[in-house]
Design a binder for this molecule. Structure first.
Ligand code: HEC
Ligand code: HEC
Length: 317
């Protein structure tokens, strides 16, 4: 609304200026018409100029008055401008953010809606989780079609940092239906598109407090159930396509069986911290672990008691 008022004012000023110029040019042209010889009286250097009386009187006062008026305008207009500036900047930023989210939503939409079908696999625009068809190669080389669970994305930014999500989007998840989207990963999207997708994901992300409360209500401190809901998709072979092997048998994430975890985390508290924070790329963890940023942190998803319950469960596997 403000912009349109400003535009109107701008247009009026522009019209006034243009008309003024045309009038000035016409007047000037007509004044320049007088016939040959008249320059004897009209040439500027031959015109008698104002006398001292006038120059130091009215003329000077006019100039001073003009200066005073300009000063007043600056003194009033500049502070007004400064007052409005923070608001203008904030709304410009908000506008920028909104455009990124809208653009991200366009990319996120299903193929039918002209997008790249994130919504198609991940459970609609709210991305509450869905399934993706996938062709699996069995050890004997035969192929078969399975339905692969696609995780919800309205909590992804609670378990991964923005940079980690960027990595997933650019390179995809190997050996899963999640394709690489970034140019570096061989996909179709440039950096700006990936950023817009992340802005969209941030805009649909639910509040961590609500999510923790919801998970407490739903799972309590049942370690086995919690592991199945939050860990198995990466740490149990076949879980994502409905053929789960032994819990902790390994998949995208390492195998957690065979006493390995007790060696990695001698102290239970260290393991609680590890599950709370997740890993960062190049960060060491436990006794001999090297993080890749692909192990999520659950501090904004589960309560401390729930994380402790999972630790007990995993150490008992
Ligand atoms: C063909 C189906 C399919 C499409 C299309 C697809 N994904 Fe995925 N995506 C998956 C599956 C399946 C997984 C889980 C892979 C696994 O089990 O590790 C996944 C994983 C992810 C993850 C990791 C989440 C986590 O918590 O581990 C993110 C983020 C993601 N997808 C975002 C997107 C975005 C954004 C798009 C659109 C540009 C998209 N996906 C398009 C199937 C798909
Ligand atoms: C999105 C996939 C994913 C999910 C979900 C996930 N992890 Fe992991 N996890 C990994 C990856 C990948 C690693 C290897 C470390 C790395 O690459 O940063 C890992 C490492 C670990 C390790 C250390 C293993 C070792 O031997 O060094 C433990 C323990 C672990 N995860 C437990 C869990 C538990 C418990 C949960 C559920 C609360 C969970 N993970 C959820 C992917 C995942």
């Amino acid at each position: 609304m403000l912009a349109t008022t400003q535009q109107t004012v701008g247009i009026v000023i522009a019209v006034l200026l243009s008309v003024g110029w045309v009038v000035y040019l016409i007047a000037n042209y007509r004044r320049a018409r007088p016939e040959v010889g008249s320059e004897i009286e009209l040439a500027p250097n031959r015109k008698p100029y104002l006398d001292d009386e006038e120059l130091e009187g009215r003329k000077l006062e006019q100039a001073q008055l003009l200066g005073l008026v300009s000063l007043a305008v600056i003194a009033i207009a500049l502070p007004l401008y400064w007052l409005a500036e923070p608001g203008r900047q904030a709304s410009a930023e908000r506008g920028f953010e909104e455009r990124a989210i809208n653009e991200g939503a366009r990319l996120f939409a299903t193929t039918e809606a002209g997008g790249f079908d994130c919504a198609g696999c991940h459970g609609g625009m709210a991305a509450t989780g869905g399934v993706a068809p996938y062709v699996l190669t069995d050890p004997d080389g035969s192929l078969r079609q399975v339905d692969w669970a696609a995780p919800r994305l309205d909590t992804t930014l609670l378990i991964f940092s923005e940079d980690e999500v960027r990595d997933i989007l650019v390179y995809g998840r190997p050996f899963s239906p999640m394709p690489a989207w970034g140019l570096e990963g061989g996909g179709p999207m440039n950096e700006q598109m990936i950023d817009n997708l992340i802005a969209y994901m941030a805009s649909i992300t639910i509040s961590p407090e609500e999510y923790i409360a919801e998970n407490e209500e739903r799972y309590g401190t049942d370690g086995a159930e919690l592991f199945d809901a939050f860990c198995a998709r990466c740490h149990t072979t076949g879980w994502s396509y409905g053929e789960p092997d032994e819990p902790g048998s390994g998949g995208f994430g390492p195998r957690l069986l065979g006493g390995r975890i007790e060696q990695q985390f001698v102290d239970e508290e260290d393991m609680v911290d590890f599950l709370t924070e997740g890993t960062e790329f190049g960060q060491q963890y436990g006794r001999f672990g090297m993080g890749s940023g692909r192990m999520p942190g659950f501090g904004q998803v589960l309560s401390e008691a729930q994380i402790e319950a999972i630790v007990d469960y995993v150490r008992g596997l």
